[in-house]
Write a protein that binds this ligand. Structure first.
Ligand code: PAF
Length: 289
């Protein structure tokens, strides 16, 4: 087993990736902000299964946080991440600092219009500009054939797929299923902010999403009644929950579905809920014929 290599410089990473490509290796890339959990590990495992070389980036990207958000306090533990990557036989960790990523005078930003301003983008204006820009930079630095993203961040997956399609980026995007705690809570680095009690209560999110999905599949036509049922469950089970949105949309343009009975295709039910200390997002994606 060869030793995992930590690369800090973009140019060095590019040269390694170029060499690997020229040697005929298939590169899989898992972008992360670190504090790795079993959701990330499932992406790494998939990349290991499908590719010759796996690169994981660990970089808390400041440009995707709003001014009053948790950039400074976002959980970080490089040593633990290193060990997790080592256990999975990751080949390279790309771990740049902010100066390496944004030098001085960084001026170029990627804006994916329309879908970036909905749902998460409406509540976190500018977030997806930060995400799309850093992800394109990471793609250009690591030069992967395939990159892996978690379905938990459904809108991020849609934004990245659109970026790749619109800008002819020659990378396959794979979306992998959300990994959950036993009670249904979606794994997230930010779950560390939750108390045990909040974690237990947060099971209500997946419960409400599952009920929302079954109502749609049972043939309810009006999405508002689905949303109402879902809100009731969350409000009953999470005291002081602030529901920021619950939406029933398609999975490409994030357009609201007005009449479910006339709709065929993928249905995305997504939500964001603020509890005492943190914001949780989650979703279910399913087909409707
Ligand atoms: O999903 C994340 O962790 C981040 O948004 C990403 C894709 C690593 C970009 O910073």
């Amino acid at each position: 087993m060869s030793e995992i290599k930590i690369i800090k410089e973009a140019k060095a990473m590019q040269e390694i990736s170029e060499f690997l490509r020229l040697s005929g290796k298939k590169i899989g890339f898992v972008p992360t902000m670190g504090y790795l959990h079993s959701g990330h590990i499932s992406l790494i495992k998939k990349a290991k299964e499908e590719c010759d070389i796996v690169i994981v980036s660990i970089y808390v990207n400041p440009t995707q946080f709003l001014k009053d958000e948790d950039f400074e306090t976002y959980p970080r533990d490089f040593d633990a991440d290193y060990l997790s990557c080592k256990n999975e036989n990751v080949d390279y960790i790309f771990n740049p600092d902010n100066i390496e990523m944004y030098k001085r005078n960084h001026m170029t930003n990627i804006m994916i219009s329309n879908i970036s301003n909905k749902l998460e983008g409406e509540i976190r204006p500018g977030h997806f500009i930060g995400v799309a820009t850093v992800v394109l930079k990471l793609f250009n630095i690591t030069k992967p054939h395939v990159s892996y993203f978690g379905q938990k961040d459904a809108q991020q997956c849609i934004v990245i797929k659109r970026l790749v399609e619109d800008l002819n980026v020659d990378i396959k995007i794979e979306t992998c299923e959300t990994i959950r705690e036993d009670n249904g809570l979606a794994k997230s680095s930010r779950n560390v902010y939750l108390s045990e009690n909040e974690k237990n209560n947060a099971a209500a999110l997946f419960k409400s999403l599952s009920i929302g999905k079954s109502l749609v599949l049972q043939g309810i036509n009006d999405p508002d009644s689905v949303i109402l049922e879902m809100s009731k469950i969350i409000k009953e089970e999470i005291p002081n929950a602030e529901i920021q949105y619950i939406s029933v949309t398609d999975n490409e343009l994030l357009n609201n579905i007005d009449e479910l009975n006339n709709y065929k295709g993928e249905v995305l039910i997504s939500l964001a809920v603020k509890t005492e200390k943190t914001r949780l997002i989650d979703n279910v994606l399913f087909s409707k014929n």
